[in-house]
Design a protein around this ligand. Sequence first.
Ligand code: NAD
Length: 250
Amino acid sequence: MSSSQQDKSVFVTGAGGGLGFAIARAFVEAGARVGMLDLNKGLLDDAVASLPSGRAFPYVCDVSRRADVHAAVDDFTQRTGGLDVAVNNAVYFNYAPLVEMDEAVIDKMLDVGLKGVIWSLQAATPHLIARGGGTVINLSSIAVSFSIKNAAVYTSIKGAVDALTRQQAAELGVHNIRVNALAPGSVVTPGASSVIDEDGWRRRAERTALGSLATPEEVAQAALFLASDAGRAISGVTLKIDAGMTVLGP
Ligand SMILES: NC(=O)c1ccc[n+]([C@@H]2O[C@H](COP(=O)([O-])OP(=O)(O)OC[C@H]3O[C@@H](n4cnc5c(N)ncnc54)[C@H](O)[C@@H]3O)[C@@H](O)[C@H]2O)c1
């Protein structure tokens, strides 16, 4: 299949399931070769097995381990000849009242959701510069835009991801590197379903202007757009993919 992603090298963290897998699959279907990093080996094996052979490169790795992330990105870049797109998606979800959260949980959320994005950015940037340009896509959330019960740490992390996106867009533009974020609304995934019950999903669908939630595939299409030539003038933005949830408010 010919597209503007043809033979691009794309690295996605948290690519074993949920939105990361949908994004990895969309890039593969558009002709890219995709490095898929995930902590969960079983999930990653199944994800890679479902894709055409030779297009997906699995890395069982904890994104919070800086040296391991560098090694994975370096290896993928060596095997595919460079890097065009980095998608920083991995997350550790936990919702609870702030005062009840213990230090270990907060550390893990920060290590995966914020430091993991920083490690991936540090690993990817030299390769994108060597390529003469490229695209970074960080996964933010519309949760930054309004209050969500029990999500103080999660939303703080996503607010930081937004700030990091803008800072890196300013810093890396000179290298022809565009840095943007995607802010999904509520999307049914294994991770989100660990903190949202069935009634919660129903209520969220009712709170979209369009009457139904965005799907993982629709979020993935937005990632393809941002990474394509059609997005050439877009950098430093957070693009909401929320079926009109934000405009209705919480
Ligand atoms: N699903 C939603 O409703 C929603 C809404 C807004 C934003 N987001 C964001 O989208 C991104 C993906 O969310 P999702 O719903 O697909 O999550 P998910 O939990 O379903 O998938 C996350 C993936 O990351 C992997 N992972 C977890 N910890 C890891 C680690 N330490 N190292 C490497 N991989 C690790 C998991 O194994 C899993 O495959 C996240 O950044 C999330 O904050 C999701």
